[in-house]
Design a binder for this molecule. Structure first.
Ligand code: NDP
Ligand code: FE
Length: 396
C-alpha cells in the first residue's frame, strides 16, 4: 500500500470508468452482485486495479466498469493479495475449491446475516469463513456500508467502517484501503468482535430507542392526568360530557408538559456531572454508566422536546379552527342575545373536526421534524459549489 492510491485517469470522455493506472494496488472481489458492483466502482474511482471473480464472467462482465477485469474465480484470487468476499454466507462453502490459491491471503468478509440467522447462529459469518479457510487471514469490514453508499461515495451519512481481525497487519492493510476510499476505519478489536459488528446494521436508530420510550411514557402519564382533570372529573361530578376533548385539547395540554420535562432532562445530567466532578475534586475520572448514557442521549431528548413544543405551537394555532370552538362562540352569543337556553351542538361534527385536525397537525409536525433532522445530512451531501449557491440564496 505504499503506492499512490489515487490514479490520474479515472473517467472516460463518455463518463464510464477508464483504465486504472498501471501499477495501482490490485484488489480482488469474489461475487458479482449489487455489493460487488458498487465496491468495484468505488475501488476503481479510488485508484485501485480491480479483478472480479465470477462463476460465469461472460454473463456478468458487462455490469462492471470497463477498468475492472472480470474473470473466473480461480484467476481472480491468483492475482490479488486482498480479496473481498461479496457472497452470502450459505455460499461460502462453494468457494472451498479455491483454498489452495487463497492460502496466505487476506479475505475481507462484508456479509450481513438476517436477524433470524444472527440469533440462531452464535458464530459470526466472519468466524465461519475463518474456520473454512484456516490458511487465510479474515478481516471483517464494510458490512455497515450499503451498496448505494459505495456507489454514490461516502458523502452523506456515517462514514465509519468498523474493522476487526486477529491479525493487526491485515487490519492495517484493510484500514488503509477504507481510508483511500473515503471512509473512516474504526478498529474494533479481534475477530471475536465480528458478531457485534454484524449486529449493527440490524438495529435501526439505536440511540433513539430510550429517548422515544421516555417521551412516550411521559406523554401517557400527562395525558392520563389531564384526561382525569379535564374530562373524567367534570363527567363524574357534574355529568358533563367533554369526551370530544380527547383528540385535541387533552393532547395539546399534555404536549408542553412533556416538552418541559424533556428539556429539563437535557440540562440535568450536565448539572449532575459538574456536581460530581466538584465532589470528586477532579475532571478526569469516569462518570458512572447511567450518567454516561444519559449525557450521550441529550441530543435526542432535546430534539424530542423541540418536537413536542413545535406540535404544541401548531395545535394551539389550530385551536380556533375547531368546530367545538365555533359552537362555543355561537352559544355564548346566543346566550347573550336570547334569554332562553338554546344549545347548538352537533356531536358528530365536533368529533370529526377534532380528529381530522389532530391527525393533520401530527402529520405536519412529524414532517417538520424529519425536515429539521435531515438538514445536516442534506448539507453534508452538497458539494462546495452547491453549498455556496444555497448560502447565496439564503443571504439574498
Ligand atoms: N447489497 C448490499 O447493500 C450489501 C450487501 N452486503 C453483503 O454482501 C454480500 C453480497 O451481497 P449482494 O451483492 O447484495 O448479493 P447478490 O445476491 O446480489 O450477489 C451474490 C453473488 O454471489 C456470487 N456467488 C458466488 N458463489 C455463489 C453460489 N454458490 N451461489 C450463488 N451465488 C454465488 C454470485 O456471483 P457469480 O454468479 O458471478 O459467481 C452473486 O452475484 C452478502 O454477504 C451481503 O450480506 C453487505 C452490505 C450491504
Ligand atoms: Fe402553551
Amino acid at each position: 500500500m505504499d503506492k499512490p492510491l489515487i490514479s490520474r485517469r479515472l473517467v472516460d470522455s463518455d463518463g464510464s470508468l477508464a483504465e486504472a493506472a498501471s501499477g495501482a494496488p490490485k484488489v480482488g472481489i469474489l461475487g458479482t452482485g449489487d455489493f460487488a458492483r458498487s465496491l468495484a466502482t468505488r475501488l476503481v474511482r479510488s485508484g485501485f486495479s480491480v479483478v472480479v471473480g465470477s462463476r460465469n464472467p461472460k454473463r456478468t462482465a458487462g455490469l462492471f466498469p470497463s477498468a475492472a477485469q472480470v474473470v473466473f474465480q480461480a484467476e481472480a484470487v491468483e492475482s490479488s493479495e486482498v480479496i473481498f468476499v461479496a457472497v452470502f454466507r450459505e455460499h461460502y462453502s462453494s468457494l472451498c475449491g479455491l483454498s489452495g490459491q487463497l492460502a496466505g491471503k487476506i479475505l475481507v468478509d462484508v456479509s450481513n446475516p438476517t436477524e433470524q440467522e444472527h440469533l440462531q447462529l452464535r458464530e459470526s459469518n466472519a468466524e465461519y469463513l475463518a474456520a473454512l479457510f484456516p490458511t487465510c487471514t479474515v478481516v471483517k469490514a464494510f458490512n455497515v456500508i450499503s451498496a448505494w453508499t459505495l456507489q454514490a461515495g461516502p458523502r452523506d451519512g456515517n462514514r465509519q467502517v468498523p474493522i476487526c481481525s486477529d491479525q493487526p497487519e491485515a487490519k492495517r492493510v484493510v484500514s488503509e484501503l477504507a481510508h483511500a476510499m473515503g471512509f473512516t476505519p474504526v478498529d474494533v478489536g479481534s475477530l471475536a468482535a465480528a458478531w457485534e459488528v454484524e449486529a449493527r446494521p440490524l438495529h435501526l436508530f439505536p440511540s433513539w430507542k430510550v429517548p422515544v420510550l421516555l417521551a412516550l411514557g411521559l406523554f401517557v402519564f400527562f395525558y392520563a392526568y389531564n384526561l382525569t382533570r379535564d374530562v373524567l372529573q367534570p363527567y363524574v361530578r357534574e355529568g358533563k360530557s367533554k369526551f370530544y376533548k380527547l383528540p385535541l385539547s387533552v393532547v395539546n395540554t399534555s404536549l408542553p408538559c412533556v416538552a418541559y420535562v424533556l428539556l429539563s432532562l437535557v440540562y440535568l445530567p450536565g448539572v449532575l456531572a459538574a456536581a460530581l466532578q466538584l465532589w470528586r475534586g477532579t475532571k478526569y475520572s469516569r462518570f458512572p454508566d447511567w450518567l454516561d448514557h444519559w449525557l450521550q442521549h441529550r441530543k435526542q431528548i432535546g430534539l424530542l422536546s423541540f418536537f413536542c413544543a413545535a406540535l404544541h405551537a401548531l395545535y394551539s394555532m389550530c385551536l380556533p379552527l375547531r368546530i367545538s370552538y365555533r359552537y362555543d362562540l355561537v352559544n355564548l352569543a346566543l346566550k347573550q342575545v336570547l334569554t332562553n337556553k338554546s344549545h347548538l351542538w352537533v356531536e358528530e361534527n365536533v368529533w370529526r373536526m377534532e380528529i381530522y385536525l389532530s391527525l393533520g397537525v401530527l402529520a405536519l409536525g412529524t414532517l417538520s421534524l424529519l425536515a429539521v433532522t435531515s438538514l445536516p445530512s442534506i448539507a453534508n451531501s452538497l458539494n462546495w459549489r452547491e453549498f455556496s449557491f444555497v448560502q447565496e440564496l439564503w443571504v439574498f
